[in-house]
Design a protein around this ligand. Sequence first.
Ligand SMILES: [Zn+2]
Length: 461
Amino acid sequence: MIEEDAAKSEIHCFSDASTTGYGACAYLRQITKEGEVKCSYLLGKARVAPLKMITIPHMELQAAVVATQLVSVLERELKDFLLANTATHYWCDSMIVLNYISNDAKKFKVYVANRIQQTRDVSTPTQWHHIASRNNPADHASRGSEVKDIIRHWINPPNFLQQSDIKIPTTKLEKTTDKLPEARCLSTSVKEIPGLLGMMERYSKWETLINIFAVFIRLDPYTDDDGIVRIRERLKYCTTFTIDLKHPAILPKTCNITNLIVQYYHRLTGHSGRGLTTATIRQNGYWITGLSTAVSTVINNCVICKKLRGNTETQKMADLPAVRLEPATPFHYSGMDCFGPFHAKDGRCEVKRYGLMFTCLTSRAVHIEMLDDLTTDAFLNSLRCLIAMRGSVKSLYSDQGTNFRGAQTELKKNLAEINEELHKNLQKSLNVNFFLTPHRRATWEAFGKDRLEQRDRLWKD
Ligand SMILES: [Zn+2]
């Protein structure tokens, strides 16, 4: 790697960073006495970005620190092999970092200042040059690459290093001065004029001021011995009421004390509504201007009331199925469900009987059959009764009841046994399509439940 007949040698170190990582890589460039350029990879380091988010310029600066650390290691380890006059060049694609490093003014925050110092300990600003991102091999360290790309772009030195003459770009950096820009701290204070004059200052129109004070004077207020402004009611000679009830204290609507008083009485009345809260506040000797609004505001902002009185969100209903919208004869499209059992007398025995409810999905008509038990045979007999009385049924919807599933299997088996021509004819006229849906509160089940509740109410009556 190190040429014995090298006339000139240089270390080129590249750094780069992104949101995912940062890193640096260094190459040795040697020119033999014959003028041949030989370039080789020396050392590289890639790190993932810290979990705590930092800005890209700060990451780039951290990558520059890694670059200087790499060069320090190389210079220490290769000092016996390299030429004494080996020059070191640093390459970076961030102008912000180059400005940071060339900046002599001490006006950076601790994070930046520390890292600038680390780079300045090892390098000088003149050693740092700008390179376009597309030519920067350290770009692969910052965002990760596949193995083949690492060999092609990272292990193999960049093309421009292998040319006989490298043009070091002259980068125009921002001029920095030691003089810090002047910073001024301005503060604004608001002085509130207390008392009546202060209240008058709030209004910009004469007629508004007159109207407001007219309302206030109409209340006929007076100040008691303790300095509390109270209303002069007509209950002066009432001996059973306290002073607070006879002459309630006036409080403004928008005031923190008013808000706390309203909240207190709202909680005291067990989070009751506006009427009871308002009455309780009046009973306790407070005359709050715009009391209803103040109480409403408190109730609207009360979390417990929102939980107790708030409406629950409803789910958006799906579109109705086609069978409920197609015009058809009654029970052409039907849903069915079993209900019961009911205890009935058969001679001296008590037996269980069940109901089978057919619901027409188009007209919502209902047909109820009685089932002796929940067997397939009992169900098929009931279905036969329905078809005999109401006409053909094209589609039947039900849950996954064992009797319904048995009936579906039985009908399929019987249809398979009869000859093909008859099968075709039957499919046109008599065949029933079963749709066994999951257990859920579907139209027919809900209907059945409503009828059962109605029956229970009637029987109790
Ligand atoms: Zn409440």
